[in-house]
Design a protein around this ligand. Sequence first.
Ligand SMILES: NC(=O)c1ccc[n+]([C@@H]2O[C@H](COP(=O)([O-])OP(=O)(O)OC[C@H]3O[C@@H](n4cnc5c(N)ncnc54)[C@H](OP(=O)(O)O)[C@@H]3O)[C@@H](O)[C@H]2O)c1
Length: 257
Amino acid sequence: MQRIALVTGASSGVGKEFVRQLDLQRGGPLDAIWAIARSKDSLQEVARSCTNIPVLPIPLDLTRDESFSRIQEMLETQNVVVEWLVNSAGFGKFGDFVTVGDNQNASMVQLNCLALVRMCSIVLPHMHSGSRVINMASIAGAIPQVMLATYSATKAFVLELSRMLDHELAPCGIRVTAVCPKFMKTKFLDEPGDSQSADGMCRIGFEDVSHVVSKAIDYAIMGKATCIPSLHMKLLYAASRCMPRSVLFKLEDILFR
Ligand SMILES: NC(=O)c1ccc[n+]([C@@H]2O[C@H](COP(=O)([O-])OP(=O)(O)OC[C@H]3O[C@@H](n4cnc5c(N)ncnc54)[C@H](OP(=O)(O)O)[C@@H]3O)[C@@H](O)[C@H]2O)c1
């Protein structure tokens, strides 16, 4: 039986870095890494850059039904056990809700929430005791952020779902970790929607992608349900939990708009 890792959003940014660190066996020995995203060329480039573990590029759009049937079929017909599932595919658009618009609001829910739920549902039956799920949430899921309403809400969903799944699956030895970084310099910010809002929000600063991924893997191995890699964000999260939402949002208006 082949031990595999399955990484979504593997063509760039955080997902690509997960593939790199899993290839370095940061997550233990593996026989293959299945890398999913839409861009075939970028996935092939990621596969070529890995030297220790064979990487299988699987170009799929996770907003389409048939993509999940394909993954399910691959899991059922190949003799594999999934050691790692990393759900990194996702995107966010900045701006007020109406300006972000129907299409982008709906697409964020579809990719950030629905695709992640479907990946977990399909993959979990192929995991065993010791397997790990990492879900990319965001600090915006832990501390809701103005001018990022739908994105914040999708990431709050990811955070809560991960915590509940971790509780449910812990007796089987499968642990689920939600990762909540602040901003990172990836393609995520290439087309942010309202760039003025994005510039305002990015005043909280950036985290290093490889540090975030390294912490995420460490936390997952330790069996922690939530990973907030930055100490500043941990403190801010603790403070925000003592604050009424109305006060938090007014403060954010002053600081970021
Ligand atoms: N960067 C940040 O500031 C930041 C902060 C906190 C949390 N996050 C979260 O971290 C995760 C990774 O983001 P990132 O920074 O690595 O951004 P990124 O560089 O834009 O990567 C996003 C990945 O998702 C894939 N993707 C997008 N739409 C897809 C679709 N319909 N089907 C399949 N794959 C799709 C993209 O590949 P293709 O385009 O090839 O499909 C790409 O591999 C996201 O969930 C994001 O919300 C990011």
